[in-house]
Design a protein around this ligand. Sequence first.
Ligand code: GLP
Length: 265
Amino acid sequence: MRLIIQPDKERVAEWAANHVARRISSAKGGKPFVLGLPTGSTPLGMYEKLIRLYRAGKVSFSNVATFNMDEYVGLPHDHPQAYHRFMWDNFFSHIDIPEKNVNILDGMAKDLEAECARYEGAMEALGGVDLFIGGVGADGHIAFNEPGSSLSSRTRIKTLTSETRLANSRFFGGNPALVPSMALTVGVGTVMDAREVLVLVSGQGKARALRHGVEFGVNHMWTISCLQLHAKAIIVADDDATVELRVGTVRYFAEVEAANLRNDV
Ligand code: GLP
């Protein structure tokens, strides 16, 4: 695992956007480069910076396909808090991605299980995900893989914890009862199948999650810890998120990254 520590969330966003743009631009032509994408407040800065890189002609999404991590069950696509709406408003409408290359789980599907199976099939048909990007919940969840999720889970319906509904109620006028109780989400196993995984962590509220992801053992109660089993996992965190890590951990990862910088990795 690489742990890249940046001074603040602005720099986390910048690092992530540059990394994504570099990966897309260095992909060989032919099949689309396949990105897994998150919602939430953490990745917003990365989307803004990617839009800027696109406008500056530094990256094109014309041969990129995307798969979003999750979607609420029962919210129409144009609902202000639907992840469909979030992604089009904050990212897709501002770049040159072909609409047909955008994949988002349909939380309004009549047969939700069939929808999940279709989604897995669509990823496979494109040769799998090249780079899965994620955020993390305060309880360590990635996508909507709540504590206790199987570490080999695939895309499925998930009941949200009351903690997650409370955390996300800030987008629903502060009322947890308005947050849908269920979501469709890619599984931990789905994320782990990607060739590379990049998780963004920002703020002191995520410090415990980061500690469990980096210093503690692999555990289904902190699904972020699955990254320890991935051959190419990167966590980019801001200083605030590192407050619960040991000084020695922070120092070691900083030394590794200083060496990577010298060697232009
Ligand atoms: C939701 C999403 C996750 C996201 C998490 C944290 O639960 N399903 O994918 O990582 O929120 O969101 P934020 O970045 O707003 O803290």
